[in-house]
Design a protein around this ligand. Structure first.
Ligand code: PNS
Length: 162
């Protein structure tokens, strides 16, 4: 039963993430959406529970995924959960260097393989960080995230600016 991990911070989940998870779900028996407990990049906007809840809401139409939280090395989490593969989206050449390095390191550590899916062109500019920046200044992100995420961003930044 091939199981693949789709790991990330998901702070918050975007349409780009959903596109990759939906497409990965067609190629594997099960997808584990692996949410990192403490994103390294910065303090997360949404709590771990909020990030998980939003993912669950937005992926409810799929029947072969589950959401799990991890900390530490992704490859150790993969071993514990019987996942054979990691799936990542590649948006642009700028993603490639770092993603290749991580894939090779992960391969060296436990032999796990990483499969790259090319991001659908309409999402190639999309990142959670940019979405947050646009939303923070009141920009329209309704074509970039599911409606529930857009609402939660409005609520969150509304609270902050109140
Ligand atoms: O959504 P993000 O923030 O781009 O996701 C990055 C993530 C969580 C997939 C990556 O940072 C990761 O795999 N972290 C786990 C720690 C780890 O295993 N590091 C070694 C990778 S070579």
């Amino acid at each position: 039963m091939p199981i693949a991990l789709c790991p990330g911070s998901f702070d918050p989940v975007t349409l780009g993430h959903i596109d990759i998870i939906e497409r990965a779900a067609r190629h594997f028996d099960e997808i584990i959406v692996a949410v990192i407990r403490n994103p390294q990049k910065s303090q997360s906007l949404f709590s771990l529970e909020e990030r998980q809840d939003l993912l669950a809401e937005c992926l409810g139409h799929l029947d072969n995924f589950r959401i799990e939280v991890f900390k530490g090395l992704l490859v150790e989490f993969a071993k514990e959960h019987g996942a054979d593969s990691i799936v990542k989206g590649l948006r642009a050449v700028s993603d490639f260097d770092y993603e290749l390095q991580m894939a090779q390191m992960n391969q060296r550590l436990t032999g796990i393989d990483t499969f790259f899916l090319s991001t659908s062109p309409q999402y190639s500019f999309l990142s959670s960080s940019l979405v947050k920046e646009v939303a923070r200044f009141g920009g329209d992100v309704s074509t970039m995230v599911p409606p529930i995420v857009a609402k939660r961003l409005r609520d969150r930044y509304g609270e902050e600016n109140a």
